[in-house]
Design a protein around this ligand. Structure first.
Ligand SMILES: [Zn+2]
Length: 237
């Protein structure tokens, strides 16, 4: 019976490890997806900056055409000035020229400022492109690491499965059936150690007599509170 109990504990350890290895494997697609999402988000941010720069360049060309229009207005007014036959027309043309020149000068100031913004946006895009290639390389390294981890986990799982099959054969079929039934009822492990008369599966005290019997390791016991199969574990404290 002692051997059966030890085999059961071994089986439980194998199954617990297989469970955590499976979790590692199951998380792989999600992890890879997260890397893709990060790269895509960065690309989207870059595209947004690029289209903003395009927009700015378009606006700058609008400024240019405004200035051009003003200049031709000034030329027209100068023509009026040259051919003015009365002082009133002359003064009016002079005023037009003054106003157009003021407008142009104001526009040109704005353009300089705008050009500065365009320049900065362009530099930012260049820096972002640099950042992008670094990010891409970093994500590629991570992808490789995840795939390697998945590969290792897959191998480990295959080994654990083989071990489980070997160990399972050593367990009495009737007992195995009972454990399988327990697995359907209990969450987590179905075999729990008892330390200092406390079931480690449910943290409840087991009856003194049962605890005494348990220490002899000659019969299978089940926790009266949680139904787990229990075994004696020396209290090291
Ligand atoms: Zn219990």
């Amino acid at each position: 019976m002692k051997e059966q109990i030890e085999t059961l504990i071994k089986l439980q350890k194998i199954e617990a490890e297989a469970g955590s290895v499976k979790t590692v494997i199951e998380k792989v697609p999600e992890k890879l997806q997260a890397l893709d999402t990060r790269l895509r988000e960065f690309e989207q941010a870059m595209a947004a900056e690029s289209s903003l720069l395009d927009e700015m360049n378009k606006n700058y060309r609008l400024y240019e055409s405004d200035v051009k229009e003003n200049r031709s207005q000034i030329e027209k007014s100068k023509g009026k000035l040259a051919s003015a036959e009365s002082n009133k027309v002359y003064q009016a043309a002079l005023k037009e020229i003054e106003e157009s020149e003021a407008k142009t000068s104001h526009l040109e100031d704005d353009m300089l400022e705008y050009l500065d913004s365009i320049d900065q946006a362009g530099k930012h895009i260049v820096a972002k492109k640099d950042e992008y290639s670094q990010l891409k390389a970093e994500l590629e390294r991570k992808r490789m690491a995840i795939n390697q981890e998945a590969g290792r986990a897959g191998k480990r799982l295959a080994k654990l499965d083989a071990e489980r099959q070997v160990v399972s054969k050593k367990i009495d079929p009737g007992l195995m059936k009972k454990l399988t039934k327990l697995k359907g009822i209990i969450r987590g492990s179905v075999i729990a150690p008892v330390k200092d008369a406390i079931c480690q599966g449910c943290n409840m005290n087991i009856p003194r007599q049962m605890y005494n019997d348990l220490q002899r390791l000659d019969s299978l016991k089940f926790c009266p509170h949680c139904d787990r199969m229990i075994y004696y574990m020396k209290d090291e404290g």
